[in-house]
Design a protein around this ligand. Structure first.
Ligand SMILES: *Cc1c(COP(=O)(O)O)cnc(C)c1O
Length: 408
């Protein structure tokens, strides 16, 4: 059974249809290259979904995993373990945070954060201070609480009743937040750059204003850095570039470089509301996951690597602008570091997925962010010649897609 031949068709037969994966099945990756079952080679500008920040099969991550695999795999939280303690020390030394809670995914990190903001307000003020404010088009994960805080209705529809006490306001609109926030607000939750929502950055003034309003109303500020964190924007975490410090920060995706791990970081004061027995996770802080994440953070939290992210962005943006000069397909090229969004012109709105399929046929893996935006989240180690070759493939894909027309 385990050696049975499997293909993309097997997916439709045995998998729940909540995904619709591309036609090929990748089997091997190295750096920014991936190969499928037939041996076709792809350049990977997706990196999972902003996950494989050091590319595929990075020797230091493979080494960390193998080393730990020979020592101990799992302990539960009845015992602590060295890799978790080391990773937590690295994260607290490198950020505003004093304390860390580990879990296995982004949604779980947010679930912990959203429970914590409620509990903190409950402990310090009372049950009436329970309202959470977040932003339209935001994305915070797929559990019931996280789709409820998330600002995209389509992810909630059909799953009601959802948790109550959550308000959504327009992003980058400080007046709207001012009107919604009150002393009943326990937290404001935001992504420094909305990822799934279309690569939309928070204005610096807006972020500063959000911080001030939170302070005025004794509400906590939660930054969801699951997509922006761990080097993606050219800072270890995007809040550093924004100059606004949250009370709680969630991290996942690139944190494990492809191994599942999530973390919620917070101040010591806030952490006290997660006293013994209040929250937990069987696998959270797993030694294998923390050993790999520890290696990833060590490599990424390096000024040279982070400066490299800014340089590689320039190459990406220049190449996209050159494509646009020829094909007039992008309305806007945006984002920060290697979190890059290219919004399609109006006549192609709703058709972003077409470019993804065409790119795959040209040997390029990439992403969309909603129906109107092409998204690129490559390895932070992507090389100049790989950017050049990938962009050549992208241009072919774009030319072919335009030739077929938006209704094809
Ligand atoms: C991906 C993502 C999540 C959810 O992470 P999972 O690991 O899929 O649960 C939450 N917030 C943001 C900003 C994300 O990009």
């Amino acid at each position: 059974m385990t050696n049975q031949a499997v293909t993309r068709a097997t997916f439709d037969k045995v998998m729940v249809p909540n995904y619709n994966p591309q036609a090929m099945v990748p089997v091997r990756g190295e750096g920014t290259r991936v190969w499928d079952q037939q041996g076709n080679e792809y350049i990977d500008f997706a990196g999972g979904i902003a996950v494989s920040a050091l590319g595929h099969s990075h020797p230091a991550l493979v080494g960390a995993l193998k080393d730990q695999a020979d020592k101990i795999w799992h302990l539960s939280n009845v015992f602590t373990n060295e890799p978790a303690l080391r990773l937590a020390s690295q994260l607290t030394e490198a950020t505003f945070a004093d304390k860390v809670f580990f879990c296995n995914s982004g949604a779980e990190a947010n679930e912990a954060a959203f429970k914590l903001v409620r509990k903190y307000a409950y402990d310090n003020v009372g049950p009436e201070k329970h309202e959470i404010i977040s932003f339209n088009q935001s994305f915070h994960g797929r559990t019931l609480f996280t789709v409820s805080v998330g600002g995209q209705k389509k992810y909630r529809e059909g799953f009601e009743p959802v948790p109550a006490g959550i308000t959504h306001v327009p992003f980058n609109d400080l007046e709207a937040l001012k009107a919604a926030i009150s002393d009943k607000t326990c937290a404001v939750v935001m992504e420094p750059i909305q990822g799934e929502g279309g690569i939309i950055a928070a204005d610096k003034d807006f972020a500063r204003g959000v911080r001030e309003l939170c302070d005025q109303h004794n509400a906590l500020l939660v930054f969801d850095e699951i997509q922006t964190g761990v080097g993606r924007t050219g800072d270890l975490y995007a809040y550093m570039g924004l100059g606004v410090t949250p009370d709680i920060l969630t991290s996942a995706k690139a944190l494990g470089g492809g191994f599942p791990v999530g973390a919620m970081l917070c101040t010591d004061k806030v952490a006290q509301s997660f006293g013994f027995g209040t929250h937990g996770s069987t696998y959270g802080g797993n030694p294998m996951a923390c050993a790999v994440a520890s290696a990833a953070v060590s490599i990424i939290n390096d000024p040279k690597l982070l400066d490299g992210v800014k340089e590689k962005r320039t190459l990406f943006v220049e190449a996209l602008e050159a494509i646009n000069a020829k094909h007039e397909i992008f309305k806007d090229i945006r984002g920060k570091g290697l979190l890059i969004g290219a919004e399609l012109v109006e006549s192609w709105h709703g058709k972003a997925a077409k470019f993804l399929a065409a790119a795959r046929e040209e040997g390029l893996m990439m992403l969309v962010a909603g129906p109107n935006v092409l998204r690129f989240t490559p390895s932070l180690l992507v090389e100049a010649d790989e950017i050049k070759e990938g962009m050549k493939r992208l241009e072919h894909a774009i030319a072919k897609t335009i030739e077929a027309g938006p209704e094809a």
